[in-house]
Design a protein around this ligand. Structure first.
Ligand SMILES: [Zn+2]
Length: 122
C-alpha cells in the first residue's frame, strides 16, 4: 500500500476528522500524514503508526510525543482531540510492534508514552 492509500485509510479510520483538533477534512483542510511515534524517534512508516492530521496540527506538533501533544491540544480551546481514538490507535500500534518485532527504539518510546498515559488514569 503506498503512502497516499495509507493516508486515505487513516482519514477513514478517523471518520474524516483531524485526530488532534477534530476539524473535518476538506478542500480547505487537506489531511497530511502524521506519525504517532515520530520518525525522529524511530517511528516506522506503517499503517499502524500513521494518522491523519491537518497541516496546522502536524506542523505545530513537530516531534512532540503523542501524549504530550494530546495534553497540549486539550489545553487549547480551538482544538478538540479525539482522545479515545488516540488511545485505541496507540494500543493497536503497541500490539503491532510486538507482533512484528524489531524496531526496539520505537517500542521503547511507545512504552514510555503508554506508561505516561496509564499512570494518569489510575
Ligand atoms: Zn488539526
Amino acid at each position: 500500500m503506498d503512502r497516499a492509500a495509507r493516508l486515505l485509510l487513516a482519514v477513514d479510520r478517523q471518520d474524516g476528522c483531524c485526530l488532534w483538533c477534530g476539524r473535518r477534512f476538506g478542500a480547505l483542510i487537506p489531511p497530511t500524514t502524521d506519525h504517532l511515534v515520530p520518525r525522529l524517534k524511530g517511528g516506522p512508516s506503517i499503517t499502524a503508526n500513521e494518522v491523519a492530521a491537518c497541516r496546522r496540527c502536524n506542523t505545530d506538533r513537530g516531534h512532540t510525543g503523542p501524549i504530550e501533544w494530546l495534553d497540549e491540544c486539550r489545553r487549547r480551546p480551538e482544538r478538540s482531540p479525539q482522545t479515545a481514538q488516540l488511545v485505541t490507535l496507540l494500543d493497536e500500534l503497541d500490539a503491532e510492534l510486538d507482533r512484528t518485532g524489531g524496531r526496539r527504539r520505537a517500542r521503547q518510546y511507545l512504552t514510555s508514552q503508554l506508561r505516561r498515559l496509564r499512570g494518569r488514569e489510575r
